[in-house]
Design a protein around this ligand. Structure first.
Ligand code: FAD
Length: 423
């Protein structure tokens, strides 16, 4: 859609005939700005999807708790067949040409650039690394009971967890997330039935099944190959997939698509493949790691101790522990590895290099903080240490003193600043 709007000749090769069913129906309200950016917000809001204001969550205690969405706007329970059709229609309206039921397995040299948006299939680079324990989703659709409210249901089980969502077509998706070892010696039907019988929240809504029982991979994975080369780019779940616990997979995939479009434009119109690649890789790394930490915290919060929960409660990228904020007389400098340099930045439809910082323990470059250029804030400590007091004094000429303290604390906790022995 975005590339067609920029005037490129775009061909969409989609293997399935749309509209087609797809798992992943709960969307948080934070997807609204992305829908707005793509110009499809009105169409999605007007499509008659359900609008939940939160979820009933039975996670660590004995009774369900209410987890409301932040802000005024409700999220969505969408029918993915229609939601994805709205996106495809918008791409076609923008000028993209759809080759119906066309596989992308054999993209030839006819395209200057190929975007692999084939989801977990990753047709152009199938190898991916799991960054959390292997997980399968076992799910089916049930006839929704009369008068069911639109909220998501989330529940922790002994060696698994449940996600349930009423959908706009009058069905209810009940999903169980399990480790593959649970399948040993039993069929998907036996496993699913046994798990649903243990559930407190799902049971009352699972009386009449209207679909087969389906199984799919739900393991968080990241593509093993470079995400960007001079003639192909991985986007959406082809690049990385996050733990479904956050219900943010669609949002992350769409944001990745927006970034991919900017990267393609940067490569084709501005011949800067290295800048585009650094942007895409660093954004993917930051998203994967922050979601991995979020999911691990979610599993830990359940307080459960079976292997299923224990294995998912730790993250291979723990948050940086910055230590106590240094006093005013401490001498501070840039932390090891952090450098002031030109870093990639998304500016409208393309990626440009702007002054910023990167390296060290930063997962992605940093350009602005509270409306101030981070590079210009850090210039006083770029080549020599400076006392915290002097740095705050310099910053206080540009912003209120309390904001300067907040900026200092933020940069310290992010691992950008370190103390130095000599002032
Ligand atoms: C069980 C489960 C529950 C989930 N729940 C949620 C949720 O509640 N909320 C949420 O936001 N996310 C959820 N997700 C994640 C969400 O579904 C994905 O993040 C999202 O669909 C990824 O979008 P995508 O466009 O990258 O890939 P997909 O949506 O998978 O689209 C890929 C497209 O590529 C096509 N394709 C595949 N191979 C080829 C080929 N060879 N040639 C041509 N076309 C091809 C497919 O037909 C498909 O249309 C869930 C995921 C799972 C597994």
């Amino acid at each position: 859609m975005l590339l067609a709007r920029l005037g490129y000749s775009v061909i969409v090769r989609e293997k399935q005939t749309f509209p087609r069913a797809h798992a992943g129906e709960s969307l948080p309200p934070s997807i609204l700005p992305i829908l707005g950016r793509l110009g499809v917000r009105e169409a999605v809001e007007g499509a008659g999807f359900l609008r939940p204001r939160g979820a009933h969550v039975l996670w660590s205690g004995d009774s369900p708790e209410w987890a409301g969405t932040s802000g005024d706007q409700p999220g969505f329970q969408v029918d993915r067949a229609r939601f994805d059709q709205i996106l495809l229609d918008a791409a076609i309206a923008a000028g993209a040409r759809l080759l119906p039921a066309a596989s992308a397995d054999s993209i030839g040299a006819e395209a200057r650039m190929a975007v692999d948006a084939s989801g977990r299939r990753r047709v152009m680079s199938p190898r991916a690394e799991a960054f959390a324990p292997e997980t399968l989703a076992v799910y089916a659709y049930w006839r929704q009971p009369e008068g069911m409210s639109p909220e998501t249901l989330v529940e922790a089980g002994t060696h698994h967890w449940y996600w349930g969502a009423p959908l706009p077509d009058g069905t209810f998706n009940a999903t169980v997330f399990v480790s593959p070892i649970e399948f040993a010696g039993r069929s998907a039907g036996e496993l699913y039935g046994a798990k649903l019988r243990e559930s407190i929240l799902m049971g009352p809504h699972c009386l009449e099944r209207v679909s087969p029982i389906l199984v799919c991979d739900a393991t968080p994975r990241v593509c093993s190959a470079p995400l960007v080369t001079a003639n192909r780019i991985m986007a959406g779940e082809s690049a990385f997939s996050i733990d479904p616990l956050s219900s943010q997979g669609v949002m992350a995939a769409m944001r990745s698509g927006i970034h991919a479009a900017a990267a393609v434009h940067t490569i084709l119109a501005h011949a800067d493949c290295a800048l585009a690649a650094e942007f895409i890789e660093s954004r993917a790394r930051a998203t994967v790691r922050s979601h991995a930490r979020l999911a691990a915290r979610g599993y830990r919060d359940s307080g459960r101790e079976s292997a299923f929960w224990r294995e998912r409660s730790s993250c291979r990228w723990p948050a940086v522990e910055a230590g106590p904020i240094p006093g005013l007389d401490s001498s501070v400098t840039l932390a090891e590895g952090v450098a002031l340099r030109g870093v990639p930045f998304l500016a409208g439809d393309r990626i440009v290099a702007v002054d910023g910082i990167a390296g060290g323990s930063l997962e992605e470059p940093m350009v602005e903080l509270g409306g101030h250029s981070v590079a210009s804030l850090l210039r006083p400590v770029a080549n020599r240490p400076c006392s915290a007091r002097d740095l705050l004094e310099i910053w206080s000429r540009r912003m209120p003193a309390r904001d300067a303290v907040r900026v200092f604390e933020h940069l310290w906790k992010a691992g950008v600043l370190a103390t130095s022995r000599c002032a």
